[in-house]
Design a protein around this ligand. Sequence first.
Ligand code: GUN
Length: 296
Amino acid sequence: MEILDGKKISNQIKDEIAAEVAQMKDRGEKVPHLAAILVGNDGASLTYVGSKVKACERIGFESTLVKMPSTTSELELLKKIEELNKDKEIDGFIVQLPLPKQIDTQKVLLAVDPDKDVDGFHPMNFGKMALDMSTFIPATPFGILELLERYNVQTQGKHTVVIGRSHIVGRPMSILMGRKGFPGNSTVTLTHSHTKNIDEITRQADIIISALGVPGFLKGDMVKEGVVVIDVGITRVTDETTPKGYRIVGDVEYEEVSKKASYITPVPGGVGPMTIAMLLKNTLLARERHREKAAL
Ligand code: GUN
């Protein structure tokens, strides 16, 4: 069994990006600038956005964190998005999800300039992704592809079972694993809350990507020998023995499943750090696109 070490690979990617940024600086060019809008005080969202900003600092990107109160109206948020769309200093930005319930998430995602949509959530970018066109790929699925590629995990002709159909992970993952090329060329089953006999399906899987958010959902008797397991779950569970008072737990019963797996991602240290690295990669891509546009 080999661990797919997201922490190690994400550090390599960040080092690669930092080297590119250093060259940009040497050439006197503007460095990439990522902005994040955070509405409200959700603890997990604060942590994620904080990590994104910290990662920007480490690799030499500019970053801006826009904090808005939980009472923010949809209109106020749309105005802020328009500001960032127009701001020539900012190459890409994200609106951290979930949003408070007075705000329609779909309207918000549609308002983001597709050329600055480094999350890849705008329908234009999502559509391009589905049609194999070059675009921003959502950071978590992009990170999973990158892990599979860097560990040379074979996907062609394999049966990939995706658990969960969220717009952020499960749905795009199911599209990407079935696309032509590597990683891809896989036969995909997308399972969700209405799937019957899910254990019969997971037992047939060569690759399982679980993005459900139910701690310990995938048990040892639900997988076959040699399976590749990608655990996207990051649920906080109370644990008074830790300094923070909680622990991060994945969807996979790691002790049992790792005994049968050929490759497996740990939680934490698997998919999570990869997500941040790929957001930075998308921001670098956005910077290049803006430069190309400006040169026309
Ligand atoms: N909430 C959970 N994951 C993500 C993500 O990848 N991007 C944004 N914007 N919000 C999220």
